[in-house]
Design a protein around this ligand. Sequence first.
Ligand code: FES
Ligand SMILES: [Fe+2]
Length: 442
Amino acid sequence: MPYVIDDRETPRFRVARSTMVDAAILEEERRNIFDKSWLFVGHESEIDNPHDFRTRNVGGRPIIFTRNADREVRVFVNSCPHRGMQIETRGEGHGRFLKCFYHGWSFNTSGDLVAIPGEDSYGENFDRHNLCLVRPAKVESYRGFVFLSWTNDIADLQTYLAGATDILDLFADQSELGMQIIGGSHLYSVQANWKLLSENSADGYHALTTHHRYLVMLKESGKDLSKVFAAGPAPFMGYDLGNGHAVIGGADGTGGGNSGLGRDLSGDGLLQQMKRRDRFAELYGADWANRMFSGRNLVIFPNLAVIDLIMGITLRTYYPVAPGYMEVSAWSLQPKDDDPELRRMRQENFLTFWGPAGLATPDDVEALQRCQRGFAAHDVAPWNDISRGMASERKIFTDELQMRVFWREWDRRMTGTEHAPETPQLGKRGRVGWPGQLSSTP
Ligand code: FES
Ligand SMILES: [Fe+2]
């Protein structure tokens, strides 16, 4: 039985639910997807100073993300070259040396083995250079976003990111001093298949129903939601960015009270937001500034989502532990030079909207877990339908183009089936407007 049926005639797009429950498929995914993709490690601002470090799992392997004395970003496997112990157990910290607690070997932040108790017992041919910390095959960064690859056999990061580089520019351009991850991360788990979060992270269709409770709260706080959901000349649309990456985003940042889906800003907060947009219009042109202030949900294949709802930006990665269980990490990305009220808004929304105990994420988690429970019947009810918008030429944010883009790449990696793109793929275009979308500026 195929995993994906991509029927262009009818048209209809179906995905086999077995892909969500089968342990053998997960093993194939580890080999064909996670071991052959650029995976997000972290943002350079998390390790601002030499010898700052963070630890996390990337593609199922524990890593240390650090900066050496020469300020170079370094990523190491967090496993001692002696007998394997995980060297650093803290999530974050600072130190010139990484010391293994088992037998006391010490490494510097360039990964060199610098001290070893009782070295003379190894004989005169002993060479410390053979026992450096192990590195992933490749580490590259794009505008502060650091990725690794566990294989050498891969295109460079920018080629891999394809049109997603423009979307990352829309995030990175939001501060002249640079963007930064603020204060720690959210770590939570979901009893659902990891691919459901790639789907959900750019799913405009579910917002009104799944997040009804949040929208009622906003309305009661005095927010005029008609502006946010206005189907004006430039609503959110969906785009295929190439290589399995996709985005839903808008071009007109003039609506929504400049707090997007967050509570309305005070007069002063609004003024600060307008000033920022004017400044960016001066730097990059009005079209690009309007896009920056219009928001977007980006999914970089396979498992990085970057979501900007103006009220804040969140990054998340998610990894499978079992077919029906994933672990999620989420961070808040903000301009270094933010106005205090805008920063408060972003922090508040990171907690109260995106947080694992906030007003949106628990509803998403519940939705995904219930899908997973439904998949228990996959033998008698084998197919998901992801056809929405397939018949229309322009894909809007409540369509499912972005999910089909993900699944076509997934199927190509897993079975070798080549699926022609449904719409023209956007390669890197630079600071220009969305194609096919009316600009808000004359
Ligand atoms: S395992 Fe690290 S020093 Fe022995
Ligand atoms: Fe959601």
